[in-house]
Design a protein around this ligand. Structure first.
Ligand SMILES: O=C(O)C(=O)C[C@H](O)C(=O)CO
Ligand SMILES: [Zn+2]
Length: 274
């Protein structure tokens, strides 16, 4: 079964006036994983689609998505697929790829319908593309690694860049995940914004009774959204995006927009946060 929820873009002024329900309705996506289902969120932020695909009794095929207006989803799009389940196969364009937990598969424009095999639990991110690029399976050993933070500021972490210009070519999708060391819980602090690109975070590996307090909003009008395991949150281009967990977690970040320059960000000074 395929379900698609549309998330329309809202402005800074509207966001300032939102209560917790308003923020969740406009930026948060929970319940992405249901056995035997494909659950997508079609956002109007650079038309990024995020979603969860959970094969159960048999494979699931991602093909036509009405919101895209094409015969098959990848006719004018690329996709990044992160497996957060057990080892499983993903098949597209006549090639079968075996994804272990933590592997990321890139499929380019024109790859056709994509079949997801049982055992896997797949978080997907898809963005519009302008040309066909080859499929690539990326393992954590092949990802770019950036160490940031320190234990004394509770943000000691490694950023693993999977779909990134240093690792492989994509059209506009940039994607990876960040893991923490030794009890650190703060992601992306000091915070930043990047008006050229929107971003989506997907929190995983978080115990059921823990939460991540995800911070968003303009730097001088911050708000928070409480996140459970395996939930996603959209960051508009004008928003900070950072979070603090009550326990350990990993999070997948993915961006789309005008450039694929990971370092092209505006850092926000601590004294400017409100
Ligand atoms: O921990 C971090 O810092 C991140 O992972 C930052 C994200 O990758 C990001 O926001 C990229 O713009
Ligand atoms: Zn960012």
């Amino acid at each position: 079964m395929l379900t698609v929820r549309s998330l329309y873009a809202v402005s800074q002024a509207e966001t300032k006036a939102m209560d917790a329900t308003g923020l969740r309705d406009n930026f948060h996506s929970g319940g992405l994983f249901a056995p035997g289902e494909i659950r997508l969120v079609y956002t109007h932020y650079d038309r990024m689609i995020v979603g969860g695909i959970t094969p159960d009794n048999g494979d699931l095929t991602l093909d036509a998505v009405k919101e895209c207006g094409t015969e098959s989803i990848l006719d004018r799009r690329e996709i990044g697929i992160l497996n957060v389940g057990d080892t499983a196969q993903v098949t597209a364009d006549g090639a079968a790829h075996s994804l272990n937990r933590g592997d990321v598969l890139y499929l380019g424009m024109g790859a056709g319908p994509v079949t997801f095999g049982t055992g896997g639990r797949f978080y997907i991110v898809s963005t519009p593309a302008h040309r066909a690029l080859p499929a690539k399976l990326i393992k954590i050993e092949q990802a770019g690694k950036v160490k940031l933070g320190a234990p004394e500021t509770a943000n000691d972490r490694t950023i693993y860049q999977f779909i990134h210009p240093d690792v492989m070519e994509s059209c506009q999708l940039v994607m990876g995940y960040t893991m923490f060391h030794g009890g650190s819980v703060w992601n992306t602090m000091p915070a930043h914004v990047h008006d050229r690109r929107m971003e989506a975070y997907f929190y995983f590996d978080l115990a059921d009774d823990n939460r991540v307090f995800h911070f968003m909003g303009e730097p001088d009008e911050t708000r928070h959204i409480v996140m459970r395991n395996e939930e996603a949150v959209i960051s508009p281009p004008w928003s900070i995006h950072c979070g603090c967990g009550t326990g350990s977690y990993t999070f997948c970040w993915a961006m789309a927009g005008d450039n694929v320059d990971y370092k092209d960000v505006e850092m926000v000074a601590m004294e400017d946060l409100r």
